[in-house]
Design a protein around this ligand. Structure first.
Ligand code: G
Ligand code: G
Ligand code: MN
Ligand code: NA
Length: 257
């Protein structure tokens, strides 16, 4: 109970922070994106991870306000990196996680469009990551929102692909551009090299639907090379960089200059 009031207060009083994790083009090592991941810097309990409070926010309706804060902060940060001479040569997009409730909000498309306009950013600068469970609800309002976002020109990505009860049919039907494959698939690669054949098959399915694959959970050079060898375009994971606060990510960008 108490946590709801505290979370509401946290959103308004800057206790939330975003960490940023790079998404890399496997063939070249170029940073093509960064995912914003929210944390709660609680005055008493310290750093709280999103799986501890996103479900609370979703259950109480606070997710709309939290989502707006994430959107504004992430887009404002991207504007700062584009304006900073030490980081401006990196041309990458911001990826934010969107919850099922956001797709149910009639204002969401306008919020996204306004946030981009305020920072003079083109729609392609932003990619929205949507979990399978959010998309699979597949009701009329979701479909309308997705179509509107697609028309606006922001990138749309299915997150955690293959994690739950996957149905592949929607890969062809939804107006999405990218699929982020759940990290369990890369994790199993270390235990059993023949897993690579399976990953290549997933990659083929994604490609044959006209989509780009993003592979997450890459922790070693061997995993990155294996994925590159089967033609995977993009990757994310501790090998390339952990989620870092603004200052740390800025430093990583500066070093790569
Ligand atoms: O940050 P971790 O590193 O712990 O993130 C765990 C999960 O929390 C992510 O996979 C994502 O689904 C969710 N998450 C992180 N940041 C956000 C956010 O800003 N909004 C929403 N809705 N979910 C987020
Ligand atoms: O929303 P999504 O599930 O994509 O969020 C990414 C989550 O995965 C975050 O919780 C992030 O901390 C975590 N993560 C990112 N890279 C790695 C990795 O290489 N290994 C593991 N185990 N987790 C990772
Ligand atoms: Mn994500
Ligand atoms: Na994921």
């Amino acid at each position: 109970r108490q946590i709801v009031g505290e979370l509401r207060e946290a959103i308004r009083s800057d206790q939330l922070v975003l960490n940023y994790q790079p998404i890399v083009e496997l063939a070249t090592g170029r940073i093509e994106g960064c995912e914003a991941l929210v944390r709660w810097n609680h005055p008493v309990h310290g750093l709280i991870m999103p799986d501890q409070f996103i479900p609370v926010a979703e259950a109480t309706g606070l997710i709309a306000e939290l989502g707006r804060w994430v959107l504004r902060t992430a887009v404002g940060q991207l504007r700062q990196w584009r304006d900073n001479p030490a980081t401006s040569q990196h041309d990458f997009s911001m990826r934010i996680n969107v919850s099922a409730a956001d797709l149910q909000s009639l204002e969401f498309v306008d919020d996204v469009s306004e946030a981009l306009a305020e920072e003079s950013l083109s729609p392609e600068s932003l990619v929205l990551e949507l979990t399978e469970s959010a998309i699979i609800q597949n009701n009329e309002l979701d479909r309308y929102t997705l179509a509107s976002l697609h028309r606006l020109g922001v990138g749309l990505e299915i997150d955690d692909f293959g994690a739950g009860y996957s149905s592949m049919g929607y890969l062809r039907k939804l107006p999405v551009d990218r699929v982020k494959v759940d990290r369990q698939f890369v994790k199993d690669l270390g235990k059993d090299p023949s897993q690579l054949v399976f990953l290549a098959a997933i990659q083929d399915v994604i490609r044959s639907c006209g989509l780009e694959g993003v592979w997450e959970g890459i922790e070693t050079a061997e995993e990155a090379e294996a994925l590159r060898s089967i033609g995977c375009a993009s990757g994310q994971g501790y090998y390339f960089g952990r989620p870092l606060p603004e200052a740390g990510f800025t430093e990583q960008l500066t070093r790569l200059r």
